[in-house]
Write a protein that binds this ligand. Sequence first.
Ligand code: HEM
Length: 228
Amino acid sequence: MANSYFLKNSLTKKYWMAASGLFLCIFLLGHLAGNLQLLLPPEKAKDAFNAYALFMTTFPAVKILSYLTYFSILFHAFDGILLTIENNKARPVNYAYSKPSANSAWTSRYMGILGTAILVFLVIHLWAFWAGMHFRSIPTYALADGTIVKDLYSEVYNAFKNLPYVILYVVCMIPLGLHLSHGFASAFQSWGLNHAKYNNLISMTGIAFSVLVPLGFAAIPLVVYFMY
Ligand code: HEM
């Protein structure tokens, strides 16, 4: 795969890194919008969230998007590792005087480490909720229309009544925000969208996205723990 046409040089690697990264940004927006239903009053949230989870796991178009999401995560991680190795190889070994911070923001130099932290979060997260929904037997719930579904709402609610878990989710949103704070704008640059007219707008949107999306995700466990 590493020698495939897609990853034949660092330009194409960066191009597909940007494509998979921006697709995952769209996923995060949809995922946040769906999960904000957890903040509805509990008596309403249980039915709404469980109906949403049923739709997300059964509606064919969404299932295709899910497979594209899984592929994008694996491809983004793999391509990211290749680029990190390539960058480290290209980086000169300690000049008498080398000040990396003079050349790039520290987030851009630690994208590999930030990405790894997000991957560790994802493994914990998918095992807890996604594997429960797809493979493990979890308690069921009857929707208002009588349909019996997996009670994913209670899985998430009970998890967020557990303080160490809440702290884990809140803390893990920091590497996500930092990764996005560089990744969003740099994706557009990798696509050659680098013009004085748009650069400011792209970087402002990137900063807003990298602050608001992780904050939104962090708010869910905090509100459930302290208010419900
Ligand atoms: C408060 C925060 C979050 C909550 C409550 C939450 C909840 C969930 C739930 C319940 C599922 C299982 C859905 C299903 O299988 O149908 C899920 C899947 C998933 N989550 Fe999250 N999530 C949160 C944050 C995140 C973040 C920050 C990321 C990425 C960095 C993420 C990435 C994913 C992915 C990739 C899946 C699999 C999606 C699919 O099957 O299509 N989640 N999440």
